[in-house]
Design a protein around this ligand. Structure first.
Ligand code: ATP
Ligand code: MG
Length: 421
């Protein structure tokens, strides 16, 4: 048994009123039924950092079934990680049973829960609060807050790390990254979000282990890249991903193997893109995944187009195949839905159309991807891929749409112009 450090309210300063009423009620009901329960993880961390938590998670000694039975509107979700979603009023509180780190399960042993590469397959061995603290990823994410006396339990030194601005993996970082390579992305994401320093021991293994991300399901990685790049800190996230060599594991068409090392232009292209995304978040403007991917992947795509064009001495060729290759390669790493794929192709197709067809052509202006396409065109103009003269007219049309709030819509289908895309 390790005694936790107990931090009293007078020392941490979180106010009871800052807690979600619903999460407090969940803990209250668990307590009344004889179980322990605390607020845990991201919400405690964010409150200590003076930020508004996105949601409030609860950890408890009750099993998922026991939790479910205590609440009217509760469902058990997840397989790899079973937890209960309790709905109170309009809020959902996620309630997770204390777990042991899978490696330390006396009952099932290591084989049962790990792949041959040490990856966790299942994480459902229940334990006590101390074990639950150590199975978490980072010290800053491992603090428990008891709403009844407002005390924080700290088993891993997370309170000090928050105060010192340090991201530290709990346990042996190499083992923890191998168990779940997504932790590499979480380490980077939180370091960028809070402008924290990654502790040396937690940083050191990242470059050699990030290739393990290849084995993570593409749907899980698709979720992670949204969190990474739609965070408002995309520039710092990209800086760290690149510094540790992780970016190419997420975006394989940028990898050296395919001939695209991070030259200066590429770096500027991506940094510029992420700056623009951060600014949009700052201004509460919408961001679409398809535009983001279309813009990130544009460089490898346009370079592939150029190479193919040189190879064929400028003769016409099927660019759809090249577009498909790039998007399919990306889909192996981060899942791209059919709709998003179509939108990416459309944004790319419009790049050519805007350069080839008359300014204001209705099929272009009325296209649902027109605005995203102009945004990409604008970005390309900064890189001299398109002349200012060629892009300014389209930009004006787009800006006029914003001012009048009126968008052209395609009223009737016209025969497609016979331009190859
Ligand atoms: P966010 O603000 O992004 O929601 P969070 O810390 O709440 O941050 P969640 O993904 O909601 O992140 O996870 C909740 C908690 O579960 C974390 O704070 C952490 O303690 C634990 N956790 C999440 N993912 C992992 C992981 N891959 N390995 C170990 N612990 C994890
Ligand atoms: Mg959370």
């Amino acid at each position: 048994m390790i005694e936790p450090r107990i931090i009293l309210q007078s020392d941490h300063g979180i106010d009871f009123d800052q807690l979600s009423d619903q999460a407090v009620e969940v803990v209250h009901r668990l307590n009344s039924a004889g179980f322990s329960g605390e607020l845990v993880g991201g919400c405690v961390r964010d409150l200590l950092l003076g930020k508004q938590p996105k949601d409030f998670d609860v950890a408890t000694s009750a099993t998922p079934e026991q939790v479910k039975n205590l609440f009217e509107r509760a469902i058990i979700i997840g397989r790899r990680f079973r937890l209960v979603e309790v709905r109170i009023a309009r809020e959902i509180v996620q309630v997770a049973t204390y777990r042991t780190a899978p490696g330390y399960s006396a009952r099932y042993g290591r084989q049962r829960n790990f792949s041959s590469k040490g990856k966790i397959l299942k994480d459902n061995n229940f334990g006590d609060i101390e074990q639950d603290a150590f199975r978490r990823d980072l010290t800053i994410n491992s603090l428990f807050l008891n709403p009844s006396d407002m005390a924080i339990f700290d088993y891993s030194g997370g309170f000090e790390d928050i105060q010192a601005g340090i991201i530290r993996v709990i346990g042996n970082p190499t083992d923890r990254y191998q168990e779940d390579p997504v932790r590499i992305l979480r380490t980077i994401r939180f370091a960028a979000a809070f402008d924290f320093e990654i502790d040396f021991k937690s940083a050191e293994p990242i470059p050699s282990l990030s290739r393990l991300l290849v084995d993570v399901s593409n749907s899980r990685l698709a979720e992670e890249i949204k969190k990474l790049f739609f965070s408002g800190n995309a520039v710092s996230v990209f800086g760290l991903l690149n510094e540790f060599g992780v970016f190419t594991d997420l975006f394989p068409c940028y990898s050296r193997v395919h001939g695209y090392s991070m030259d200066e232009t590429t770096l500027q292209w991506l940094t510029g893109l992420f700056q623009e995304m951060d600014a949009r978040i700052q201004n509460a403007e919408p961001l679409s995944l398809s535009y983001t991917l279309a813009a990130i992947l544009w460089l490898p795509y346009s370079r592939a187009l150029q190479r193919e064009s040189t190879r064929r001495n400028g003769k016409n060729f099927d660019s759809t195949r090249l577009a498909n290759d790039i998007v399919n390669l990306q889909n192996r790493s981060t899942y791209i839905s059919k709709v998003n794929k179509q939108q990416i192709f459309e944004i790319w197709r419009l790049q050519r159309k805007m350069q080839q067809l008359k300014l204001g052509t209705r099929s272009i202006v009325g296209n649902s991807r027109f605005r995203a396409a102009v945004r990409l065109l604008e970005h390309r103009t900064k890189f001299d891929e398109v002349s200012r003269k060629a892009s300014s007219g389209w930009i004006k049309i787009r800006d006029n749409q914003s001012v009048t709030g009126k968008r052209h819509t395609r009223r009737r289908r016209r025969p497609r112009p016979t331009v190859r895309t």
